[in-house]
Design a protein around this ligand. Sequence first.
Ligand code: PBG
Length: 331
Amino acid sequence: MYPIIRNRRLRTSNALRSLVQETTLTVDDFIVPLFVVEGVGIKEEILSMPGQYRMSLDLLEDEIRELTALNLKAVLLFAKTDDAKKDNEGVEAWNPEGLMQRAIKTVKTTNSEMLVLTDVALDPFSIYGHDGIVAGGKVQNDPTVEALCKMSVSHARAGADLVAPSDMMDGRIIEIRKALDAEGFEDVGILSYAAKYASSFYGPFRDALDSAPVDAEDIPEDKKTYQMNPANRIEAVKEALMDQEEGADILMVKPGLPYLDIVREVKNAVQLPVAVYHVSGEYAMLHAAAEKGWIDYEKAYLEQLMCFKRAGADLIATYFAKEAAKYLQGL
Ligand code: PBG
């Protein structure tokens, strides 16, 4: 006991502090989310996400070269669909010549070693802004899963390394696994958004893709019948264990910071790598505070990223990936 045991002894110098540091952050921890759009020469900044852009595929090439130079190894692609291509079934989502499919090929031809993860959910393709097919005032589970299977196979065919279903339909992991295997894509992995909450932190992302649920009669006004209730913890473990059982390769918790307890619960319960999604609203909040001069931007985001690791995340999908990669490697 004190004064024999002095906890401050190990905090006396930088060298000693780093010697006993429990958690480290490296460039290998990051997944870089990217937004793509149709067109040429387009790089438009997303208003609520300073420093994040919607890019056309020619400029996506430049971005991939930049990420490669920073030793970043994985991107998570989101495609902004033109309104004219949206419908209720999300048919555009498995168009072999669709924007997403061309984006996958663009990444792979620019750097074949860059890992391509793709968002699998219908919302960017849905006239109603829902992750699934709407009928009778409800988001329909099983028909949506069929659509997600077609979407996943089409991403795999275009060259995706992992598909990332973010829709929260029941049973979609096993069905996607079976669909991929049936087409010979047994090496294409599934990163499941296993515990995805009906969160208010996705607002800027929905601006980026123009994918918010529409306000119309007989259309559910929010995503609460499929995304999880933020009040629940045990349910997240159940979701994660089921997705592990169904054949997921990586499990993700989303959003990030308000859900660090869930990251730890899931990490303790499963035998798979755990990812966390540091979402758009979290990025926007930090930028807003920094703009006002109320917070030290760089220290704050690095601390947040470190805390994800400490909580149990093996991987972090984050809009801060590029900046963090530069900082961590002194570039
Ligand atoms: C779509 C999807 C969303 C995000 C990732 N995939 C939005 C939503 O569920 O409404 C959010 C990511 C972010 O906010 O950064 N299924």
